[in-house]
Design a binder for this molecule. Structure first.
Ligand code: BES
Ligand code: MN
Ligand code: ZN
Length: 476
């Protein structure tokens, strides 16, 4: 699908027009076609009032086109999320328009509007159809967008959406395909990004007991990837993504129902790879290191067991109470290795870490935890105008107390109460004083069905994290 800047009022080549209407029925400046079309009058007659969330979909015989009017509420500043929802929802209804050119009219045609609309339409157009013989029949091949925006902003929005969809593509892969080796191959194809890969022998030698333990019964070779981009003379930002390519729970095996969804336990690592691709493509002037501990978590005769004690890279020992609390064990080694060896100015990790976070915050907020107010605030700021929302959870000393072990320094579960927070408290033991934020994306990384409220989120991996990290790296 291609976007093309377009300045005429309307084109005869298009099969459908998506156009905004405000509550007072003033059409946007660019809405010249309404003089010839009866769509607006018809819409009024049938009770359409231009409120946010309303749409009116009609075939205009005179123009020979489908017209979709979207309500944008009161005239004035329009919320970015309203734009994303309205335009992606309208796009979803014309997705199967047989002749594939759609014209999209914006309320003002500003750069900001243009970015959000291109971004959300591209996300809505995503379909993981790689393994399906029946593809969506008709596809929109061109979108004419009426805008005053500079080409740069259009390029940025397209790159942004491409990176999110690239992340979705990796995260949606079946667990026997989206393996640690696949991640390595994918990372090595990224231009402008250097890749180092530790295999089991390396990380065992380095003393990464968490990654060693979790990967012990893996059939697929485990890896720790280190991706690097940007000017090396600047202190790096470190981003770390949980890459459990399949989480069966190990010996503490999960119930079989819904276990297929644990192919999504690699969403954090996928977002890290997607972000590296994006910042390299757009030439962001930042030094960024991405780390992805990658392994499957399987049971087996040689698997690590409840009761085992593992020694992590920084010397901290952890008692394994559940082999299903594996994410924190592999992240522990990545975080302590990364903070010690790269001396980053800040660390952000993304992980589908706990079911407890999903219970606490649902599917629209990632849990945000950390050890530094200023960094937490910068992440909150970066999240403000994106669809990727965050909500802070506490990890103070009460939670640290909950993970004390009698036989080791800490234990890998703190019981059912405050499960997201005890996981965060566990991770905090591996970053020292480095400013650090942990994002528990267990609830936001994928959706079971098409999100009807947020039409830009089709079923499957959402790509959560890429836009947030991008906006964060662009701050300052
Ligand atoms: N990958 C899971 C977390 C998860 C579960 C994410 C369901 C999304 C949906 C993680 O490895 C896990 O199994 N966590 C356990 C921790 C517990 C054993 C302390 C959990 O949340 O049940
Ligand atoms: Mn698990
Ligand atoms: Zn897991």
């Amino acid at each position: 699908m291609e976007f093309q800047k377009f300045s005429e009022s309307y084109s005869s080549k298009v099969s459908a027009i998506i156009a905004p209407v405000f509550e007072d029925f003033t059409p946007a400046d660019t809405l010249n076609f309404t003089r010839e079309s009866s769509a607006l009058a018809n819409a009024k007659k049938s009770g359409f009032s231009g409120k946010i969330g309303e749409t009116f979909d009609i075939f205009d015989n005179k123009l020979g086109k489908r017209i979709i009017l979207i309500g944008l509420g009161k005239k004035g500043a329009i919320d970015d999320e309203v734009l994303r929802r309205s335009y992606s929802s309208a796009f979803n209804s014309v997705k199967s328009t047989p002749k594939g050119v759609v014209q999209v009219i914006l309320p003002n045609g500003s750069t900001e509007e243009t970015k959000e609309v291109i971004f959300s339409i591209s996300l809505a157009a995503y379909d993981f159809d790689k393994y399906r013989s029946e593809k969506n029949k008709a596809k929109v091949d061109k979108i004419l967008i009426t805008t005053k925006s500079k080409e740069m902003a259009i390029r940025e929005a397209i790159a942004l959406a491409d990176a999110v969809n690239f992340t979705r593509d990796i995260a949606n892969l079946p667990p026997s395909v989206g393996t640690p080796s696949f991640f390595e191959k994918t990372a090595r194809k990224l231009e402008g990004v250097t890749v180092k890969s530790f295999i089991r022998e390396d990380f065992v030698k380095l003393g990464m007991g968490g990654l060693e333990g979790v990967s012990r019964a893996a059939k697929e070779a485990a890896k720790l990837l280190i991706l690097e981009y940007g000017p090396r003379d600047k202190k790096p930002t470190l981003i770390v993504g949980k890459g459990i390519t399949f989480d069966s729970g190990g010996i503490s095996i999960k119930p079989s129902e819904g276990m297929d969804e644990m192919k999504f336990d690699k969403c954090g690592a996928s977002a890290v790879i997607g972000t590296m691709k994006l910042i390299s493509e757009l030439g962001i002037k930042k030094h960024v290191i991405g780390m992805t501990p990658l392994t499957e978590n399987l049971p087996g005769g040689n698997a690590y067991k409840p009761g085992d004690i593992l020694t992590h890279y920084n010397g901290v020992t952890s008692e394994v109470l559940s082999t299903d609390a594996e994410g924190r064990l592999v992240l522990a080694d990545a975080l302590s290795y990364g903070t010690k060896n790269f001396k980053p100015s800040e660390v952000i990790d993304l992980a589908t870490l706990t079911g407890a976070c999903v219970v606490a915050l649902g599917n629209n907020y990632a849990g945000l935890m950390g050890n530094n107010e200023s960094l937490k605030n910068r992440i909150k700021k970066a999240s403000e105008n994106s669809w990727e929302k965050v909500w802070e959870l506490p990890i103070d000393s009460d939670f640290q107390d909950q993970i004390k072990s009698k036989v080791a320094d800490i234990k890998n579960t703190g019981g059912r109460e405050g499960g997201a927070e005890t996981a965060g408290a566990f991770l905090s033991r591996f970053v020292g004083d480095t400013p650090w934020v942990h994002l528990d994306i267990a609830g936001t990384a994928w959706t079971q069905k098409n999100n009807s409220h947020r039409s830009y989120l089709p079923a499957g991996a959402t790509g959560y994290g890429v836009r947030l990290l991008y906006e964060f790296l662009k701050l300052e």
